[in-house]
Structure formats: C-alpha cells, structure tokens
Design a protein around this ligand. Structure first.
Ligand code: WTA
Length: 646
C-alpha cells in the first residue's frame, strides 16, 4: 500500500489554508457542534438580513424538511458580483476560451455586473419576476453565466438544460417546472461542429404552449426560424437597458435553481436547491478543496448544464471573487493538446476535469501533453465517476509531473457541493480514493438491511447529518424526494452509491448500486433509455444495463425484444441507436444492442437485472441462483449471443 501513498508535500502542508492538524480540529468541531461551526461559516456570505436560526432539519419521512439560515435574506448574484466591485472590479471574473483556439474574451467583475444588470432588467421588461422558472438551454458562452446570474438577481428560478439534450428532453424539463421563458442561442459549437439550439428549442416548444418568451443569443450567426411575438434577440432585449438592477432580497430558503437529473425510475427529477445554504457550501468547498488563493486562475472543464458547472464554474468561484475559466470546446479539438495549451495560454493554476477526459487523453500517449509547459499548474482535480488508479497515475505523473496534488472529489447533483475529497495540504493521497469527508459531513456504510457497518468494510453509502448545500426537495414532488433518498434507510440520506472504507478510514467509491449508470461522468437512468427504446414501433420490450467501458467508465448495453414478425438486422440496430439519440440525446446512445428473443423474468414477471448485468459484463460464470426464473432457457440464448466479449 505504501508505494501507492502520496504524502502531502511539505510545502503544501506549510502554505495551504488547511493542514492535517487544522483539518482534524475543524472536522471535530463541525461534528461535535455543528450549530456553532455552520453559524460561523455562514458569515462568509454577505447577508442583507443576518440569520439567527442556523439549521432546522428532520430526516424523518413523515416530517422531512431541511432548512438552513432560514430567517436570513441575501441574493446570490449580489454575492457573486456586487460585493467584489470595490476591491476586484477590474479583476477578471470570467475568462472565456472559445471552441477555436484564437477566440477568447475576458470579462471583469465590473463588466459582468453590468451585463447581468442589463439582462436582469431585460427579463423584467418581458414580465419575468420572482419565483418564475426560466429554462436556459445554452452553449458554453459568457451569456450562459450572465443568464443564470440575471435570474438569480431578480429571484427567478433557473433550470439549465444541457445543450446536448434533444428537443423531447428539453420539452419534458420545460413542462415539468412550467417555465414561461427560455434563454437559448442560435447555435452552439463544439469541436468545430454546430449544434442547432434554436431549432431544437422550436421543436421542443411545439409541446410547450406555456412558454411566452424565447430570448436568443446570436452566437454563430447561423440561420434560425423566428416566431414574432415570442422570440426576441438577446442583444435587442438588453439594448438601452440600465446596468443597474437592484438585487432582489431573497430568503435563504427561496429556490435558486432546479436541475434535472436521472434516477433509477421514471422521468428525470427536478433537484431543487435554495439560496443561502447553497452559497455558503459552494463557496466554502471551492475555497478549501481547491485551496483557492487570490489571483489564481481556476478552470473547471464541466458544462454549465451539469451541477459541476453550477457549483464550481459559477457560484462557488464567483462567490469567492475568483477568476473562473469557461471553455466552449472539447479536449481533442483541434488536437489532443488543447487542454494543456489552454492552461499555458491563460496561466491556469487549478484544473478540474472528469476521469473520462483523462482516460481519453491518456490513450493518445504522453507526447501531446509534454509539448506544452503546464508550469503554471499547482493543483489538479477530478469529479463525476471513480478514477481508476492507472488514469490517476497518468494525470499525476504526466500532466502534473508529480508536482500537483490531485483532489478526487465525490459528490452529486443532490449534494450541491463536494462531500468527500482530499484537501491538498492535509490529506495523503491514494490513487483512486476520494479519501475523507469534508467538514460537517458524516458518511456511513450500511448493509442491505440498514445496519451500520464498522471498520474496513464495503457497503451502501449514506450520510447521517445534513449540510447547508443539500437539495431541499424534488420540484413539485416532495413525496418522490422522501421516497428516493430517505425511505431505503430511514433517518439517513441514501446516496445510491456503494463504497469501501479502508483501514485508514479512506473512502473508495465503487459506483452506483441502483439502476443509474454513469457514462463518461454523465448520469443516465436505465429506465429512461428503456422507455425511449420501447417508444420505437418495432420494439416490444427492452432492458438496459451498464457494463465496464475502457473510455466511458460505463457503457450502455441494451437487450431488445422485437415485435412479432420483425427480424433483427444491423440496419435496425443503427436505427435504434439513432432513435435513442433523437429521443434523449447523444449521451444516451446504446453502445451495444443485443437482440433478445426473451428476457429473464421471475415467475411474477419481474426482469432479473442482476443476470442481465452479469451477461453484459461478460461474467456469466457467476450468475448465481437462476432457479426462480420462469424460463431458464432464455439465459442460455442470451449468453450465447452476448455482445461484449473481452
Ligand atoms: C458519481 C456529479 C466516484 C457517483 C458531481 C455519484 C463519483 C454520481 C465521483 C453523481 C467521484 C461523482 N468518484 N464516483 N469522485 N463523483 N461520482 O449527480 O456515482 O452528475 O452518485 O454529480 O457520480 O453524479 P452527478
């Protein structure tokens, strides 16, 4: 084990904000007296009216509620902008790097404040007001950040939908939260390819009569259809608007945003975050996990369509007055050196990405990395999925040249911010381990009956205490919130992940234990892909599971039973892949489709997914007990025709 241990470098222990002694001391304080601890931490945010209540939480299913700082008032955009104007007005807030290497733009805090003010006034002019839901379907451009902050400024609730989602997925999310306004762009560009965002929006809105306004950023200048009275150009909307828009005084527990995420059943759910606790938690974790120091250039490569973009491109960094880099492009365009060229070009100190990107770049070998300098880099981070030690070591040795600690940050859309992660000046690193809990976080492992397991052991990961960044409810469906997270193990928040704790108390996240799969760091519900497949008129039944994939972490494996009379062929296979892309989006494309004359079911008709997972993993030697199957012969056929042969 010791060969794989990377002790905190002396210089980090000396200079970082938190060394190991300080971590221990603060962690103990946060657990022993959370009221005092969070009461003090809450002061990192600027409040219009100070709070006197710190937390009011019950994980009891009959009375589930989570409230933090509930009598305080504040505004998230004010915290991200106005309060920095006096001393950081001329400092870059956002450095934008476009898809093409010669395109970039730097926006100071003063500029960003003015741009947000103009759009906020523009939205008000359209009639958008406090509590309204605004859907944002945008590429990675500065206006996406402006749009989110403009909503926050006037107290509208934003719901950002990732630009890679299909019109149907967009429509479902608009309908669910009843948005009356959508902000989009003519087109997005990624890796030189254009994404027809406005056309997708038009298609989605055919099913969303409640949308009154569509604000369109002219980004590529591509042709778009126009609906007079509904559509308005962003530049025309903000023209002549004042830079000054008073920040709405929001209660700490007023919603800040909704973000849809996949679960094990049904449609994606609208994870709802509120204002006060979220701002406290994202700013605090951003400062300590990344050891953020004034003047640092910080780059998180996520998209604002995911929670990582919300918490660690936008809200956390800007609340801290940081300079945050926003990248429109992809790691391999124009070539696989791009990430490192951008680090050199903008002098990046802190770099935060997903393991899937590391694995893909690792495949191209060390040369494209080595031809860049990267001497500005001080700290590396990963998020979104387990990182295999091989990728970790490559990141550490080749990208960081053994100089930069790696923070492997475990968290979820639901958690709002990082819950388990090393702190670079405090935690000895083990490749592949997310290591130890952040302040105030009490992770436990339980067995299938909910019994807490002690010592070095594997189990299901639950969190016993609340933290300020925790989601508050599923938008419009509080019962689903209770059912999904608090019913499996009563009195605890169940993460849906499995984990192992080692003899040093370090956590190793092993992946989802529910029917959610993690494809290239993106969450996908198997039920969603199944319902897309069965919506095709040649498909009678479908079952989807994950399987280990070298680049994506997990791939999507679909078992498909065709309607009587349909015969399987390769064209139909391609058609079904295209179909799912169209129904959900490219990230949901099945990697492998197996024609299944029958699916293994219990006598009561329940599909035995355990068996399907094993076959997809090419691990059918250990199928376990199949005696409860209605027709054991279907399994032989599935094994015989399995698609993943390693
Ligand atoms: C997985 C992304 C291992 C996990 C912030 C979790 C991870 C899901 C890690 C949440 C990590 C995230 N190590 N697994 N460092 N980070 N995950 O909601 O399965 O898109 O439940 O949030 O990603 O994905 P989500």
């Amino acid at each position: 084990m010791s060969a794989d241990l990377h002790p905190v470098p002396d210089e980090w222990a000396r200079t970082a904000k938190i060394d190991n002694d300080k971590y221990q001391e603060m962690y103990r304080a946060s657990i022993e007296d959370p009221e005092t601890f969070w009461g003090e931490q809450g002061r990192r945010i600027t409040w219009f009216r100070d709070y006197t209540k710190i937390r009011d939480v019950s994980y009891d299913a009959d009375d589930l509620h989570i409230r933090w700082y509930e009598d305080g008032t504040l505004n998230a955009a004010y915290n991200c902008l106005d309060r920095h104007l006096a001393d950081k007005g001329d400092q870059p807030a956002i450095i934008w790097e476009g898809d093409e290497p010669d395109t970039d733009e730097t926006v100071t805090y003063r500029d960003l404040h003015a741009r947000v003010g103009r759009l906020a006034n523009g939205l008000k002019a359209l009639g958008v007001s406090k509590g309204d839901r605004v859907t944002i379907y945008m590429p990675m451009i500065i206006e996406a950040a402006v749009a989110m902050l403009a909503c926050a400024r006037i107290g509208a609730i934003h719901s950002v939908v990732f630009g890679g989602f299909s019109p149907d997925s967009l429509a479902g999310r608009i309908q669910d939260c009843e948005s009356n306004c959508v902000i989009t762009a003519d087109e997005g560009v990624r890796g030189g390819r254009r994404i027809p965002l406005k056309a997708n929006t038009d298609a989605a809105l055919a099913e969303c009569p409640g949308v009154e306004h569509v604000v369109v950023v002219r980004h590529t200048g591509g042709d778009v259809a126009w609906k007079d009275g509904r559509d308005v150009w962003y530049h025309e909307l903000v023209e002549g608007q004042s830079d000054d828009c008073p920040a709405e005084e929001m209660n700490a527990e007023d919603p800040l945003f909704i973000l849809y995420t996949s679960g094990s059943t049904g449609k994606p759910k609208g994870v709802m975050h509120t204002t006060g606790g979220y701002m406290v938690y994202t700013s605090m974790t951003h400062e300590y996990v990344f050891d953020y120091r004034p003047g640092d250039i910080y780059w998180c490569t996520a998209d604002v369509g995911w929670v990582t973009g919300h918490s660690y491109i936008l809200y956390g960094p800007l609340a801290n007055g940081a300079t945050t880099l926003m990248f429109e492009g992809v790691p391999n365009y124009p070539d696989v050196s791009r990430f490192w060229q951008v680090c050199d070009k903008h002098n990046v100190q802190i770099f935060y990405t997903a393991p899937t990107a590391i694995r893909a770049l690792m495949g191209a070998g060390p040369d494209p990395v080595k031809k860049t300098s990267r001497k500005s880099l001080r700290l590396l981070g990963t998020v979104g999925e387990p990182i295999n030690p091989e990728a970790w070591n490559w990141y550490y040795d080749v990208v960081g040249e053994g100089r930069c600690p790696i923070v492997d940050t475990w968290w979820q859309t639901e958690t709002g911010g990082i819950l388990i992660s090393p702190l670079p000046g405090a935690t000895d690193l083990k490749p592949g381990s997310a290591t130890r809990p952040f302040f105030g976080i009490r992770p436990i492992l339980v067995d299938e009956f909910g019994k807490e397991l002690e010592g070095a052991v594997s189990g299901n990961l639950c969190i016993t205490e609340s933290w300020p960044g925790q989601m508050r409810t599923v938008y419009g469906d509080h019962e689903r919130f209770v059912q999904t997270y608090f019913s499996t193990y009563p009195g605890r928040y169940f993460t849906g992940d499995g984990a192992r704790r080692d003899e040093d108390g370090y956590f190793w996240i092993t992946g989802r234990v529910d029917d959610v799969i993690n494809v290239s760091g993106h969450r996908m519900g198997t039920a969603e892909v199944e319902s897309a497949l069965v919506a095709h008129d040649k498909v009678s039944e479908a079952a989807v599971v994950g399987y280990p994939h070298d680049l994506k972490g997990q791939g999507i494996y679909a078992y498909v039973t065709l309607m009587a009379g349909e015969s399987p062929n390769d064209d139909l296979r391609k058609e079904l892949v295209q179909w799912v892309r169209k129904e959900i989006g490219p990230i949901a494309s099945p990697d492998l489709i197996q024609w299944a004359p029958g699916l293994p079911k219990t006598r009561s008709g329940k599909i035995m997914r355990r068996i399907l997972r094993k076959i997809a993993e090419d691990d059918y030697g250990s199928l376990g007990d199949t005696s409860t199957l209605a027709d054991p012969a279907v399994v032989d056929d599935l094994i015989e025709n399995r698609q993943n042969r390693r």
